[in-house]
Design a protein around this ligand. Structure first.
Ligand SMILES: [Zn+2]
Length: 130
């Protein structure tokens, strides 16, 4: 009997709730402005939404096409259209693709925000004498 048939490892992937929690935890732990410090210089240009900052886009450059709202934890580029929360931009700054399947979970797992994946496939066991 093949005991692996139909067996889905419980820890194969983090649940959606775990991921949402990890995303929230990451965003709470990382300030948007601290994230961009060293990548681009942002100037405070207004008080909209708890403070608005403008500067060059970390992805496509420019002068002031990029806008960040640290209080909301979001940033947006008017030119390349890239927008997202702190986690999204953290991944972009490291050359990761937030849109790639499983990439966000991988990124969070590497930083200890998600439990380490224990098993993705059933272990291959040798049966009988080697
Ligand atoms: Zn841009």
């Amino acid at each position: 009997m093949d005991w692996t048939k139909g067996w889905i490892p419980k820890s194969a992937s983090a649940g959606a709730d775990d991921l949402a929690q990890a995303v929230a935890a990451f965003n709470a732990a990382h300030g948007l402005l601290e994230l961009f410090a060293g990548h681009c210089e942002l100037r405070r240009t207004g008080a909209t939404n708890g403070g608005e900052f403008h500067g060059p886009c970390p992805k496509c450059g420019g002068v002031d096409r990029f806008m960040a709202w640290p209080a909301k934890g979001r940033a947006w580029c008017r030119r390349c259209g890239t927008q997202g929360d702190t986690l999204h931009w953290a991944m972009i700054l490291e050359g990761r693709d937030p849109g790639a399947r499983g990439e966000t979970a991988r990124f969070l797992r590497e930083r200890g925000h998600l439990p380490t994946k224990r098993t993705t496939m059933p272990h291959v066991r040798k049966i009988g004498p080697a």
